[in-house]
Design a protein around this ligand. Structure first.
Ligand SMILES: N[C@@H](CCC(=O)N[C@@H](CS)C(=O)NCC(=O)O)C(=O)O
Length: 230
């Protein structure tokens, strides 16, 4: 059993397997979907972020940024354990480890990572803020300018994705990749849990809707969404 402090609070039943610490949020489900898609053996631990468990000292030892998801691989690439946080790098790592969902062709590899970065730097933060101002505490603010600003930027980003998908099944064309995996949970949440379908005019984005339906129909995606559900 590893000496890592995370295991003092969340013990591993299968310490030889990759350990996932996550919750069923748009960032959290990326890692669960990827693990289900790749078939890598893993053990999942649910971190209750509403109960502030991501700020428990044991969790902070794994991710000093106090956010899910995080992983601990007892069998890292150099033969030693590897702990990682940030969902984007977790996807790249699991793609490299499994040899799946990230092209070995160098140009395609960088383009895929480019779209992953676009999700990490644009879609995630913007959709997340829109969720706050549309559905959560921010909805009671009298001043609607922040909500409208994030709604406009989210709609713009959806337009970029819609154009990208106009002649492609997936973000990278014929091949489903970590770029799709990073985005599916966010788009699903935006029009679902965040109740922002109307405010972003989602019905204009027929290519995104078709892509979302196809992605959510994948059995591994369905399982991945549930990995750390209660
Ligand atoms: N850039 C990070 C963001 C992670 C993040 O924002 N996680 C949220 C859930 S989606 C979280 O842990 N929130 C709990 C908190 O901030 O206390 C990533 O992609 O992994």
């Amino acid at each position: 059993m590893s000496e890592h402090p995370i295991f003092s609070r969340w013990p591993a039943s299968y310490p030889d397997r990759l350990q996932l610490f996550s919750a069923p949020t748009p960032n959290g489900v990326k890692a669960g979907i990827m693990l289900e898609e790749t078939g890598l053996p893993y053990e999942a631990h649910r971190i209750d972020i509403m109960a502030n468990e991501s700020h428990d000292p044991a969790f902070l030892a794994l991710n000093p940024n106090g956010k899910i998801p995080a992983i601990y691989d007892p069998d890292g690439p150099s033969g030693k354990p590897l702990a990682l946080f940030e969902s984007g790098v977790i996807l790249i790592y699991l793609a490299d480890k499994s040899g799946q969902f990230l092209s070995a062709d160098p140009n395609t590899r960088y383009e895929t990572i480019q779209w992953l970065m676009w999700q990490m730097g644009g879609v995630g933060p913007m959709f997340g803020q829109l969720g706050f101002f549309n559905k959560f505490a921010g909805k009671d603010y009298e001043d609607k300018r922040p909500r409208d600003r994030y709604a406009a930027e989210s709609a713009r980003l959806l337009g970029v994705l819609d154009a990208r998908l106009a002649e492609r099944e997936w973000v990278m064309g014929g091949d489903y990749s970590i770029a799709d995996i990073s985005l599916l949970g966010w788009v699903r949440n935006l029009i679902g849990f965040y109740e922002a379908r109307e405010i972003v005019g989602f019905d204009r984005f027929a290519n995104v809707q078709r892509w979302l339906d196809t992605g959510l129909a994948r059995p591994a995606v369905q399982r991945g969404l549930e990995v750390t559900a209660a």
